[in-house]
Design a protein around this ligand. Structure first.
Ligand code: V47
Length: 366
């Protein structure tokens, strides 16, 4: 008998043992099996299964990137109830000029190879403004990977400019856009989405924009904002819609579960999830999304300790060095009010788990 057989059979009913074997045999699990994993599996066994899936995909490696975020403005047309960041909620507004944004690029620490641009949905700004920003950044840093604008921002930019998704994406791509971040997905289930972000682009629009991007060769990430008013079934529904699109396009790189933080927003009465729920969410995401290459723990939101732990629950990517360049999570109450992680700290995090770091670098484009 294999070690894994002994381990699995030690505490589980026969139907759960069969499901665990299915995962280990690399067979795809169904929605109802996803729900069963959430509700009936001990966390230790979930960790074991998710870690097996991760190991088969990546071996003993933890990916990271030297990156900065650029958050152009927080003056937003939308009213998301989970948001602590918009000027309307925080009472602190900013709107950076092109020169201020370029200065942030010039000041990026040495070695930074990726810039992540996302922020509020600005009312009147069309494609020329965003294409101009991309071109300026590209001029300053021809070698940097530009991951920019969530599908929600893109939806509005294309609408204001009277462009189809394909037309808009092609303009941004030729101005320097390399990939699209995963923000704005929240929860796809329509009745939950209606309650937490009533005036935001629909789930169908989010998925359609990512589909068009993938068809043009622009890869993207996907997120899920969990731990507010959604059910376990809603989380599985979210994963299922992503898995279906990935079957069609194969354009997603990473899935990033985002834990809802409840400080200074309209959902502050909702308690935050437990560490156990967070780790189960990572494991089940890793198992369910069998066609996603990476599972990322975004440490500025999760915290460094929980990120370290998540490496045992299916995570292979811990995002980046950040250099204190994002406010979304600090404003919602994250522990790190000035998020920075040195490369040495990431190396140590991986080493404790018996793994080594690999810096995620993209092909240089000119
Ligand atoms: O869509 C907003 C989330 C997202 C809160 O692609 C909140 O590599 C928790 O998408 N509590 C934006 N979450 C950030 C994002 C992201 C982050 C890191 C990496 C990548 C990537 C993408 O932040 C929003 C929303 O889901 N968010 N407020 C809050 N109170």
């Amino acid at each position: 008998m294999l070690f894994s057989d002994t381990f699995i059979e030690s505490g589980l009913d026969a139907d759960l043992v069969a499901l665990a074997r299915k995962v280990l045999d690399q067979q795809r699990i169904t929605r109802s099996e996803g729900n069963l994993l959430y509700r009936s599996f001990p966390p230790g066994i979930l960790a074991y299964l998710a870690d097996e899936v991760r190991r088969r995909k990546h071996g003993e490696v933890v990916y990271f990137v030297r990156n900065i975020h650029l958050e152009p403005t927080n003056i937003c047309i939308h009213h998301c109830r989970f948001c602590s960041y918009s000027a309307r909620v925080s009472g602190k507004a900013w709107d950076l000029t092109m020169e201020e944004m370029c200065q942030k690029i010039r000041e990026a620490p040495p070695g930074v190879s990726e810039i992540h641009i996302t922020g509020a949905v600005a009312r009147d700004r069309g494609i020329d403004h965003y294409a101009g920003l991309l071109r300026d950044i590209r001029r300053l840093r021809p070698d940097i990977h530009i991951k920019a604008f969530s599908a929600i921002e893109l939806d509005h930019i294309f609408d204001v400019s009277g462009l189809s998704d394909e037309e808009g994406l092609k303009i941004l791509q030729s101005a320097g856009l390399d990939s699209i971040p995963g923000g704005g997905a929240e929860i796809f289930e329509p009745s939950v989405r209606e309650r937490i972000c009533p005036d935001k682009s629909s789930s169908e629009r989010w998925l359609a924009i990512h589909r068009s991007a993938h068809q043009l060769g622009i890869p993207s990430n996907a997120t899920m904002l969990y731990g507010h008013i959604e059910t376990i079934e809603d989380r599985i529904d979210h994963l299922d819609r992503l898995r279906c699109l990935q079957d069609e396009t194969n354009g997603f790189r990473a899935f990033i579960p985002l834990k809802f933080k409840n400080k200074r927003n309209e959902l502050s009465d909702v308690p935050e999830t437990t560490l156990l729920d967070d780790m189960k969410t990572f494991s089940i995401s890793r198992i369910y999304l069998d066609n996603f290459p990476h599972l990322k723990a975004y440490w500025p939101m999760l915290g460094k300790d929980a990120t370290r732990l998540s490496l045992s629950f299916g995570v292979d990517d811990i995002d980046g060095t950040i250099s204190d360049s994002t406010r979304i999570y600090s404003m919602a109450g994250a522990n790190d009010q000035h998020p920075v992680m040195a490369v040495e700290e990431m190396e140590e995090m991986a080493q404790v788990m018996g793994r080594k770091t690999v810096e995620r670098k993209y092909e240089v484009r000119f």
